[in-house]
Design a protein around this ligand. Structure first.
Ligand code: NAD
Length: 256
């Protein structure tokens, strides 16, 4: 389905990014994996994915908190038909106690990186008359929760950037959309559980059921495979006229 397309997925050595990379590879796209580390395990992921799917997979180290490295990633990849802006971090604290450097890091990695990679990738997409940008926003791109000021601000920003990118790309064969996941049990969520346990004075199971999944009417976590399937759909011909919008994969969170 996506044979011959070259995909770059930022922040893809774990969680949703890795799940999306797997589904793009299974659909036939060549894939570039990325994170800020440069470990043997990172390159092993690429090798394993290539071996299991038969497409070309490379791992390129680049720190998405730095604009120049975001742009260098696109350059080093040597071509980009599908760009998935997925890298993201989280920090949970009351606004008045929120560390300024955490605010800056979240805005840089969760929002500004998508601006830099898109800016670097769009000229070639326009020249080819085909391209797909998929930004991984969040249910927190559409609604808010307390103690997540930087994350909610960044994800709302991603939704705005998605709309503007789509308008500028319209009529050029290039679409830009945002996937808004609800809760998916990945390392970023796993790491929030101790903080939420402290903030709410609850045990692990109670935090999962009553705090995290209380907003998700399905009562279930979404999966990384479901995010991958949604991304593949957004890259398909069926989605050629879907642009500048959000797709929620959140078990009904934003319908509440
Ligand atoms: P994760 O922690 O498993 O993945 C985050 C990825 O980003 C990792 O691969 C990490 O290495 C990478 N990353 C972090 N800092 C980076 C940097 N400076 N440079 C390059 N890469 C960097 O978490 P996840 O849940 O898979 O999150 C992926 C995306 O999905 C994030 O944007 C997150 O906000 C979003 N999201 C997640 C959920 C959820 O419930 N898990 C819900 C909504 C949105």
């Amino acid at each position: 389905q996506l044979a011959g397309k070259r995909a770059i997925v930022t922040g893809s050595n774990s969680g949703i990014g890795l799940g999306i990379a797997w589904e793009l590879a299974r659909a036939g796209a060549d894939v570039v994996l990325n994170s800020y580390t440069d470990d043997a395990e990172d390159h092993a992921l690429a090798k394993d994915m290539a071996a299991q799917t038969g497409v070309a997979v490379r791992y390129i180290q680049a720190d998405m908190s730095k604009g120049a490295q975001c742009r260098a990633l696109i350059e080093q990849a040597g071509g980009c038909d599908i760009l998935v802006n997925n890298a993201g971090i989280q920090h949970v604290a009351k606004l008045e106690e929120f560390p300024g450097e955490k605010w800056d890091a979240i805005i840089a990695i969760n929002l500004s990186s998508a601006f830099h990679t898109s800016a670097a990738a769009l000229p070639e997409m326009y020249a080819n008359g085909w391209g797909r940008i998929v930004n991984i926003a969040s249910a927190h791109g559409l609604t808010a929760s307390p103690y997540k000021s930087a994350y909610v601000a960044a994800k709302h920003g991603v939704v705005g950037l998605t709309k503007t990118t789509a308008l500028e790309a319209a009529g050029k064969g290039v679409t830009c959309n945002a996937i808004c996941p609800g809760y998916v049990l990945t390392p970023i969520v796993e790491k929030q559980i101790p903080d939420q346990m402290k903030t709410h004075n609850m045990d692990r199971d109670t935090v999962i059921k009553e705090v995290m999944l209380s907003r998700q009417p399905s009562g279930e976590f979404a999966t990384v495979e479901q995010m991958g399937g949604t991304a593949v759909f957004l890259c398909s011909d069926a989605a050629a006229q879907i642009t500048g919008t959000t797709i929620s994969v959140d078990g009904g969170w934003t319908a509440l």
